[in-house]
Design a protein around this ligand. Structure first.
Ligand code: NAG
Ligand code: NAG
Ligand code: NAG
Length: 593
């Protein structure tokens, strides 16, 4: 597949090197371009050419197909290699770039005066980070960087609406960042919201002990229709009687973001009100890339995540990752330009660890169309690596049903189409939709669901999704991509969560609540497997769509309106509102534990 870089590199030392080289690096082809400035952002002004940016270059991963094959082997319960997850070194060997790719990219960097010896090389060398001036970056990518502002979050970023690469580099470089991906951790949608009109309860200890006394087959009380506490979830998802024992080896990670801090005092208050037996339980905060841990500034999303992962998985060790960015970009100061990009720093950090948590949850996302496809593919590939290492990765499916706002496409055609979300649409993560009420649970109307326009449907879900599409007939025809990766995969409660923030109980909703809930149950299953000398579950989807499906409660009513339509309707089997359904820990223990 590689061109003939050896021949071309040979030319470097010849007398004609200079003109040849110049010609080669000047032969540009567009890598990614937007038709318009991404929605929500405004051109603010120019950026001084001597400012610097941290540029990340994702190199083509030489044997990535083999990594994907290996991922599916170790995740397929019927395969002989099921559960034989790869080590950090094994993954890195598969994703390392070809040496010719490294040489070619280095000579391009050198031609632009970049000191390649100071480049940081992560993930088997497949991500190269260099600090360059705006002037250098503009020449390298034949582009113009500008300052853009996101009025809603008052965030400023340095980005471009299109960038190019020398033609010869297109098959060696997957993506360059920061370029056309505008979202930052602050501008992105956290998938939770405070339910101002819902009356929070102050505690439910008495209720919790009554429930526990009734045992696992207890009918979940009707109060859980409106008010969700750990006791409701533990009864509903059948985990009440399980006590984790593999706590020396098992852990659960919550990916947190800039300016979102999980509060330790609030967690103790939460335990004292809602789960007395967990009093004193704690979590570890891992700070990376300058991430903070301001205990005077509790975040709703961070507290929701940590209180409910712990509320279900206690005493399993939980880790809260506080990922910083460079300082926020301030247009008129002399500080270096930031990237504040949400995924790459965190993923490269986690993948660099020799052992990784067995379960992760993340509650952020974007409309897929606002994420450049080259960027989305490269980030999704990093999730595949984490799955191959043996981690189960949960993402919330989004809070806008089949799409929020006017659902216009940004391809210049301005047509109305359902708006899938990313990373929910990445086939290598487990996407969690939302439910409400008990006896029976039904889909909550905001539950994000749909079909990717970037990622083709993976085979693990082809039977489930084909069956759904056959039943759907012509409903919503033309509004979604029938061949795309479909989501959510599963669901869990998503409204009325009682969360302690700054000492007060508030009611919080969103698939942000669903994802940590599902992750809590998966963490218990990982505990059970580890305690029995088995491997962790790792990438979940292949087993959930097969052996595990019978361990999920199928949600058969409700729908997820959006884009001026009724959206999709939940029904028997998989659907793009609640996926395969909500977890029954007891049954899952028998089936896949
Ligand atoms: C770079 O882009 C500009 C348009 O912005 C174009 O006119 C120019 O020819 C390009 N340079 C090269 C070397 O392709
Ligand atoms: C539909 O999804 C496929 C991937 O399955 C993709 O190749 C195609 O471009 C998508 N179509 C549209 C209109 O986005
Ligand atoms: C809960 O799990 C047990 C096994 O531990 C199972 O027998 C029971 O059917 C489950 N309860 C419900 C309500 O599904």
């Amino acid at each position: 597949m590689l061109l003939t870089p050896i021949l071309l590199l040979g030319a470097l030392s010849s007398a004609t090197a200079k003109p040849l080289l110049t010609k080669r690096w000047d032969d540009f082809e567009v890598k990614h371009a937007w038709d318009e400035v991404p929605k929500g952002w405004q051109l603010h002004g120019s950026v001084p050419s001597d400012r610097t940016i941290d540029m990340r270059i994702g190199l083509k991963q030489d044997r990535f197909d083999e990594l994907v094959s290996a991922l599916y082997e170790v995740s397929d319960p019927l395969h002989a290699k099921y559960g034989q997850h790869l080590s950090k070194e094994e993954v890195e060997a598969l994703v390392a770039p070809h040496p010719d790719t490294v040489d070619l990219v280095d000579s391009w960097l050198a031609a632009h005066g970049v000191d390649t010896t100071s480049a940081q090389r992560d993930n088997g060398g497949s991500w190269v980070s260099v600090t360059v001036t705006i002037e250098q970056a503009s020449r390298m990518l034949n582009t113009t960087y500008n300052v853009y502002r996101h009025p809603q979050s008052d965030e400023y970023v340095v980005r471009t609406t299109s960038y190019s690469l020398p033609r010869i580099l297109h098959e060696h470089i997957g993506v360059v960042s920061p370029t056309t991906y505008f979202s930052t951790m602050r501008s992105m949608k956290a998938t939770s919201f405070i339910q101002a009109d819902a009356e929070p309860v102050q505690d439910d200890l008495e209720f919790a002990s009554k429930l526990a006394a009734l045992g696992p087959l207890a009918t979940v009380p009707t109060s859980c229709n409106t008010v969700i506490t750990p006791a409701c979830l533990r009864a509903l998802y059948n985990t009440s009687t399980y006590t984790p024992t593999a706590t020396a080896r098992n852990s659960l990670g919550v990916a947190g973001y800039l300016d979102e801090f999980a509060n330790r005092a609030d967690l103790q208050t939460f335990f004292s009100r809602f789960r007395a037996d967990a009093a004193g339980g704690t979590f570890q905060t891992v700070r990376l890339n300058g991430g903070g841990d301001d205990q005077n500034n509790p975040g709703v999303e961070a507290n929701l995540d940590i209180q409910y992962t712990e509320g279900i998985s206690f005493p399993t060790p939980n880790i809260y990752y506080s990922t910083g960015g460079s300082p926020p970009f301030i247009p008129d100061s002399e500080t270096p330009t930031n990237t504040n990009e949400p995924y790459l720093d965190w993923l490269n950090f986690v993948l660099a660890q020799s052992s990784v948590p067995q379960t992760f949850t993340t509650s952020y996302g974007d409309d897929e169309q606002t994420v450049p496809q080259d960027y989305a593919l490269n980030v999704c590939n990093l999730f595949a690596q984490l799955g191959a290492r043996g981690s189960s990765i949960m993402f919330s499916s989004g809070d806008s049903g089949v799409g929020g706002g006017d659902c216009r496409t940004n391809d210049g055609k301005n047509t109305v189409r359902f708006q899938p979300a990313f990373p929910a649409s990445c086939p290598f993560v487990t996407t969690v939709g939302g439910t409400i009420r008990v006896n029976p649970e039904v889909a909550v109307s905001f539950s994000g669901g749909g079909f990717s326009n970037y990622f083709a449907r993976p085979s693990y879900q082809s039977t489930a999704v084909t069956t759904f599409l056959q039943g759907l007939g012509t409903t919503n025809q033309g509004l979604f991509n029938t061949t795309g990766r479909a989501y959510p995969d599963v669901a869990a409660q998503g409204q009325g969560f009682q969360v302690v923030v700054g000492g007060r109980v508030i009611s919080v909703g969103g698939t942000s609540a669903s994802s940590p809930t599902f992750a809590g149950v998966i963490s218990l299953l990982n505990d059970f497997r580890l305690a029995n000398g088995k491997s962790p579950l790792g990438f979940l989807n292949p087993i959930l769509y097969s052996t595990g499906a019978a361990g999920l409660n199928d949600i058969t009513s409700g729908r997820n309106p959006g884009c001026g339509t009724n959206g999709f309707t939940a029904g028997t089997g998989w659907d793009p509102v609640t996926g395969l359904g909500t977890p029954d820990f007891g049954k899952l223990q028998t089936l896949i534990g």
